[in-house]
Design a protein around this ligand. Structure first.
Ligand code: ADP
Ligand code: ZN
Length: 529
């Protein structure tokens, strides 16, 4: 050692190696704690600067910092970037051949590596354990630590083996890092990785420069186009779609309409994907239309918008994806179009997809939280922060659609009763279940072929909902679903009652609903009248 306090040594490395003048937020406290040999659990949003939290301790402490990361595809890039800064870094994963691995192993054993990135499945191998015990380790960093949680959607069984690190190397500090964790996952990380003495660091999840907006979906591609031309002409951004097909179609549509856009999804060959990603990073105003395969580990500071044309599966996913906007701190927009069909489709995916009952229940709970965020009449940011267990500012954030343009509400109690009693009648009197389209046709008194086929014009509820438009009825269905007063099930998305439905039917509760915008204005509630 130089005899300097750990703190100023860390600061010197920050400046000399990384070229930064000051630590950000909690970085300083975290690094100081780990350099001194303490364990840490770090919860920091994407772009918050997690990497330095283990890279600097690895450089300051004697030995090699071992980084466990599931993002194998990114290791080469990470290592290249570090080497460009003069940091001695290497990785071991399944993409290497035997000789490449031997070189890295030799460097590690010779004490010539500052950082060694490892894929989690390597740690199960005895050979890896032997290798590590023959070298000197400065710190273990467990990146994407939420992968240890069976509650999350990123669960990796290999992460469970990481609990052994503390037993085998009791004197080596461990730092677990994640951007996607609720309080419950945070606790689970601590327990499963067995880090009882770890200090917890929790950076704020607030991204004040991101404006959150969620608009009802009508003609999504057109809505997107007006959003882009009116507010983000010439800006770089990401548009997320659920399927490869809609990625392709949307990218084509934007290109045809004068916006430079390229597709990105797992069905494209690796060369095309790499080329599109490279263009996105290099160029100033490119739009990437992508499935969620795109974005992990991408560090582009000036992404001005993230748009969702389909509903993310969870609030964590939404937060992570929208978090790719505005890392430079400048104003950016998180825009989403969301409709009833999204709910039906996602429920169907959950019910017909793989996974056991417990898995389905969790997926459904994730979706419910996402729906609640979509349908809230309160501050979106407040709801997001509350979801992550953080206290939101009272009185709203002033930078989301519901704050900027408070949604009008109306008393939807009678409408809800009409809709629910239609569901009840069909089920009790006919033993039938139907999806939203048929229920709404009945309420509107439409004699469609399917209504005639099932004699639904004979029901006493036929035509009792003519005071609302079809769009408004879809809004009622969506909001009842989000409030848990109605449920959708099965392959055909049939509507069924929930425990909560009864209280509405018995007139025990009121049902305030958000007003649907009269016309689907381009950017929806925030810019529309
Ligand atoms: P995370 O892993 O939390 O998503 P990164 O570690 O990739 O975030 O950091 C995000 C960006 O912020 C990177 O470009 C990084 O170089 C930059 N950064 C991190 N810490 C600092 C700092 N103290 N000063 C300036 N830039 C920083
Ligand atoms: Zn707000």
């Amino acid at each position: 050692g130089t005899g300097r306090p750990a703190h100023s040594e860390a600061l010197a490395v920050l400046d000399r190696v990384f070229g930064y003048e000051a630590f950000r937020g909690e970085q300083e406290a975290i690094i100081e704690h780990v350099v001194a040999g303490g364990d840490a659990v770090v919860l920091m949003p994407t772009g918050g600067g997690k990497s330095l939290c283990y890279q600097i301790p690895a450089l300051v402490r004697p030995g090699t910092g071992v980084v466990v990361s599931p993002l194998i595809a990114l290791m080469q890039d990470q290592v290249d970037a570090l080497r460009a800064l003069g940091v001695r870094a290497g990785f071991i994963n399944s993409t290497q051949d035997f000789d490449e691995r031997r070189v890295v192993e030799a460097e590690f054993l010779a004490g010539e590596l500052d950082l060694l990135y490892l894929a989690p499945e390597r740690l199960r191998l005895d050979t890896t354990g032997d290798l590590l015990s023959r070298g000197k380790i400065s710190v273990f960093a467990i990146d994407e630590a939420h992968c240890v949680s069976q509650w999350g959607h990123d669960f990796r069984p290999d992460y469970l083996a990481l609990s052994l690190l503390g037993e085998r190397w009791p004197d080596v500090p461990r730092i677990a890092l994640t951007a996607t964790a609720t309080r419950a996952t945070h606790r689970e990380i601590t327990e499963r990785l067995v880090m009882p003495r770890a200090r917890h660091f929790e950076a704020s999840f607030d991204r004040p420069n991101i404006q959150y907006r969620i608009v009802p979906k009508a003609d999504p591609k057109k809505q997107l186009l007006s959003f882009l031309t009116q507010e983000h002409a010439g800006d770089a951004g990401i548009v997320y779609c659920l399927s490869r097909n809609s990625v392709e179609k949307t990218a084509e549509f934007l290109s045809r309409n004068g916006i430079e856009a390229v597709p990105y999804h797992a069905g494209l060959d690796a060369g095309t994907r790499a080329a599109h990603q490279a263009r996105f990073l290099r160029e100033e105003g490119l739009v990437v239309v992508a499935t969620i395969a795109f974005g992990m580990g991408i560090d582009k500071p000036d992404v001005r918008f993230v748009a969702h044309l389909d509903l993310p599966k969870s609030v964590e996913g939404y937060y992570q994806e929208t978090g790719r906007a505005g890392r430079d701190g400048l104003p950016s927009t998180a825009w989403m179009a969301y409709g009833l069909q999204d709910v039906v489709q996602q429920r169907k995916l959950i019910q017909t997809g793989e996974g056991d009952e417990a898995f389905r229940r969790r997926a459904a709970a994730h979706l419910d939280s996402m729906l609640a965020l979509c349908e809230t009449v309160q501050c979106r940011r407040g709801q997001l922060l509350a979801y992550f267990g953080q206290e939101p500012a009272s009185g709203g954030c002033g930078n989301c659609d519901t704050c900027l343009n408070p949604p009008e509400t109306w008393d939807g109690t009678v409408a809800a009763q009409k809709l629910l009693s239609t569901v009840v009648r069909l089920q009790r009197e006919r033993g039938q279940k139907f999806g939203a389209v048929q229920i709404i046709d009945i309420l509107l008194g439409r004699r469609t072929a399917k209504v005639i086929q099932f004699d639904h014009d004979q029901l006493s509820v036929f035509g009792i909902g003519e005071e609302l438009s079809e769009g408004e009825w879809r809004g009622v269905v969506r909001q009842l679903l989000a409030q848990g007063l109605l449920a959708v099930e099965g392959e055909y998305g049939t509507l069924v009652l929930t425990e909560g439905s009864g209280s509405v039917l018995r007139r025990e509760r009121e049902v305030p609903l958000r007003k649907e915008p009269k016309k689907t204005v381009a950017s929806g509630a925030a810019s529309g009248g």
